[in-house]
Design a protein around this ligand. Sequence first.
Ligand SMILES: *Cc1c(COP(=O)(O)O)cnc(C)c1O
Length: 238
Amino acid sequence: METLSSNNIIAQNLNEINNRITVAANKCGRSPGEVLLVAVTKTVESNEIQVLFDCEIRNFGENRVQSLIEKMNYFSGKCNVINWHMIGSLQKNKIKYIIGKVKLIHSVDSYELLEEIDRHAKKMGFVQDVLFEINIANELTKHGLESNKILSVISDAEKLFNVKVKGLMCMAPFLQDKEDTRKYFCEMRLLNEKLKEKQFENFSGEFLSMGMTNDFEIAIEEGANIVRIGTAIFRGLK
Ligand SMILES: *Cc1c(COP(=O)(O)O)cnc(C)c1O
């Protein structure tokens, strides 16, 4: 048997993931085109990202500012066609490095951080799109805002004009039985709907970023329209 090159392995994994996204979307009567795949590249180098680029992936997620900047610089010639997503916890002193360069910050978890992003964005004459990360299972080990605090934070966000809150993000607990994650994704969808009903100026609720390698199909069935997948894309690489 011919051994597969790393390019082929990645292409094959992507193909399989796209098929699984399609099946999950169809299962609940949604169009697979509604679901955006963000390839989480935190564990790989820029040459693997190039392989994904060649497979037509244009959305990449990183969880550390330092690597995000390095990889952005590597692909600076393609910056107008690549969307970078900041998915990891963000320190206030690093905000300035990414404002205006990332398509979406998924991981805002306090009003103070939102305000600081707004302040930097204003200075740069930019409006930054963000999501609020919710600690949906109230896990001590996870970042994110407690779900009972989001309503007041979104009310306060009405005062800010250089950030746009586009929806919610979560990481479900890693559970032995994936089916047990469903209730958290369902809670996220309901929370997003509830906030949308309030018709805030600064909450569109258009994005629900949830679902990773372990649980993305269930997340899609419960309404995710952004899935963030790393491990499954690079499985089988040396
Ligand atoms: C690493 C990471 C992912 C991807 O997780 P996999 O299990 O590798 O698919 C998604 N979201 C966040 C916030 C991450 O840090």
